[in-house]
Design a protein around this ligand. Structure first.
Ligand code: FES
Length: 84
């Protein structure tokens, strides 16, 4: 049997530009998932360049909402809105 797929996904762009700016926010999302005890439900995955490099770093929540220039504060708000 394959691994059960997680129900929600937080995607971060790992393209050339975004990867320069995304590590702090990515860690913030990973911490939020861990703190909420949702590690089995929510995965944090990378995606390719979205062609929105001017707005790096790009994060998408569950493919519902893609946001640019994401800060750790934005991450907390996105998490509260879509995941928690
Ligand atoms: S590197 Fe992230 S949108 Fe291009």
């Amino acid at each position: 049997m394959g691994k059960k797929s997680k129900e929600k996904v937080i995607l971060f762009c790992d393209g050339k530009k975004c990867c320069k700016y995304n590590s702090e926010v990515k860690e913030c999302f990973q911490d939020l998932v861990k703190e909420a005890g949702l590690k089995d439900v929510v995965s944090v995955q990378k995606m390719k360049c979205q062609g929105l490099c001017k707005h790096a770093p790009i994060f998408c929540i569950h493919k519902d909402e893609c946001v640019g220039k994401v800060s750790t504060q934005d991450a907390k708000e996105l998490f509260a809105k879509h995941i928690a």
